[in-house]
Design a protein around this ligand. Structure first.
Ligand code: SDX
Length: 445
């Protein structure tokens, strides 16, 4: 993003180091540059592999493939470290707030007091949605999944703002970015209200981002809504924890959609669609369903057995991660926040939390999980908090999407500003039919 404060960056050094590929079938060899990061693994630059050896690489699920250079977020999966622009997530969760973290992710530096005031003021002035947008909600059944509604209405935003879709113009990218960040809580709360058959609640610009969202979600016209500072702080912290996470599935979706020059609002709608999956952002909803299905500590061994059974598609939801092979640092903060919220709500012996903690204890002492380095991830505790705050499970991933919109927008801007950026177009290993002639229907067997 055209930075208000130039981020202090360390360019990915294209060092003279290289790796040499020897092709035993042709005797050819090829030197490929080794690029050095600020933190983490070096990467082999394979861009010359096809022209040099006429080969592609093959890596379903991109388990060992870097799709881009980025300065935004870094994860050390072995150590359980998560940094936003170099700042540990634990410190941001403790000392920062979501708007400051949003500025950091977008611009690369923590804002000065004036930059913060200007940024929050700019976001706040975009919290309302076009009145025509409300009609899109009425096309859905009241029992539609709110993520289905969000896919639809966020996609519909692409039809509203023709003054901010020239993505080559930094100013238009900025206004589109601010609109997305500002309007997601409003649209999410509208999806929740619509499912309840309650009237939409307008944003109040005197409130903080998290306070505004809680009020739009839970206030009713018939009475004053009293904001709990503890719940607002917990909501704000949950937003910080979910804001960005390197090139996860939904962020990669936004980058790939954006790489064709697509409308920014449509790109974010694509990210929402990807986040919805139970293997990704939908896991928080799936964790609650799983805990309710387990129901009693006595049944935990039965479900642990199922999770280990290759013939059973059941997995322990909220456990495991493509990158973290240690405890997800967000899960630790989430567990602490869980206790604060339950205390605030006067819930002292929540059976679902007790069940989750017992499940975690048993799983973390089981060889299957230890050998595979499967630990609780961000989704394991989040659902318990959100349920206690009054959100139905179907809303959990919507809350994830509110927060992740900041990361998606920051990564989308970084992708467009990247001088090496080109349309994403992966290759494949084709194992289908060789070329063959058309067979008229009367000749087919
Ligand atoms: C998020 O990418 C991100 O950064 C995502 C995210 C973000 O902030 O954007 O962090 C948010 O999506 C968190 C993850 C939420 N998903 C879940 O909690 C769903 C349950 N977890 C699994 O589906 C799984 O762990 C994944 C999808 C998260 C990761 O899968 P991988 O990296 O493809 O790992 P894998 O399937 O290759 O698993 C390795 C082994 C396998 O066993 P083996 O074949 O080696 O014998 O571990 C097993 C898996 O069967 N395994 C599990 C398991 N997760 C992995 N076994 C039981 N229960 C699990 N949860």
């Amino acid at each position: 993003m055209a930075a208000q404060a130039e981020p202090k960056t360390v360019p990915a050094a294209a060092s003279r180091e290289s790796v040499t590929l020897h092709d035993n079938s042709t005797g050819k060899q090829l030197d490929l540059p080794l690029l050095s990061p600020t933190l983490g693994n070096k990467v082999v630059d394979i861009r010359k592999l096809h022209s040099g050896l006429d080969y592609f690489t093959f890596d379903p699920g991109y388990t060992a493939t870097g799709s881009c250079e980025s300065k935004i977020t870094f994860i050390d999966g072995d150590k359980g470290v998560l940094l936003y622009r170099g700042y540990p997530i634990e410190e941001l969760a403790e000392h920062s707030d979501f708007m400051e973290t949003a500025y950091l992710l977008l611009y690369g530096e923590l804002p000065t007091a004036k930059q913060r005031v200007d940024f929050v003021g700019a976001i706040t002035r975009h919290t309302m949605v076009h009145e025509q947008l409300t009609t899109f909600y009425r096309g859905f059944r009241r029992d539609a999944h709110p993520m289905a509604v969000m896919c639809g209405v966020v996609g519909a935003l692409s039809a509203f703002y023709h003054d901010s879709t020239d993505i080559s113009d930094p100013q238009q990218r900025l206004i589109a970015s601010y609109r997305l960040i500002a309007k997601m809580p409003t649209m999410a709360a509208m999806a929740f209200k619509y499912s309840l058959g309650q009237p939409f609640v307008f944003p109040q610009n005197r409130l903080s981002y998290a306070e505004n969202f809680l009020r739009m979600a839970f206030a009713v016209p018939a009475e004053e809504y009293k904001i709990s500072p503890v719940l607002a702080k917990a909501m704000d912290r949950i937003f910080i924890l979910h804001a960005d996470h390197e090139q996860n599935a939904s962020t990669s979706t936004v980058r790939l959609a954006g790489s064709s020059g697509a409308n920014p609002f449509a790109c974010i709608a694509a990210g929402i669609a990807s986040l919805w999956g139970p293997a990704h952002g939908g896991a928080n909803e799936a964790v609650l369903k799983m805990l309710h299905e387990i129901g009693d500590k006595k049944r935990i061994p039965e479900f642990i057995k199922r999770a280990k059974d290759k013939d059973d598609p059941f997995r322990l939801m909220g456990f495991g991660h493509r990158v973290y092979k240690n405890y997800d640092p967000r899960a630790k903060v989430m567990q602490r926040t869980c206790r604060e919220v339950l205390d605030e709500l006067g819930v002292h012996d929540d059976p679902i939390l007790a069940l989750a903690m017992e499940l975690e204890r048993i799983a973390l002492s089981d060889d299957y999980f230890i050998e595979r380095k499967l630990y609780p991830n961000v989704d394991f505790y989040s659902g318990i908090i959100l349920k206690a705050m009054g959100f139905p499970t179907a809303m959990f991933t919507v809350l994830f999407a509110i927060a992740r919109t900041v990361g998606w927008v920051a990564q989308w801007n970084e992708m467009i500003e990247d001088p090496d950026q080109k349309i994403g177009r992966p290759r494949q290993l084709y194992t289908g039919a060789p070329q063959r002639a058309y067979v008229p229907v009367d000749k087919r067997k």
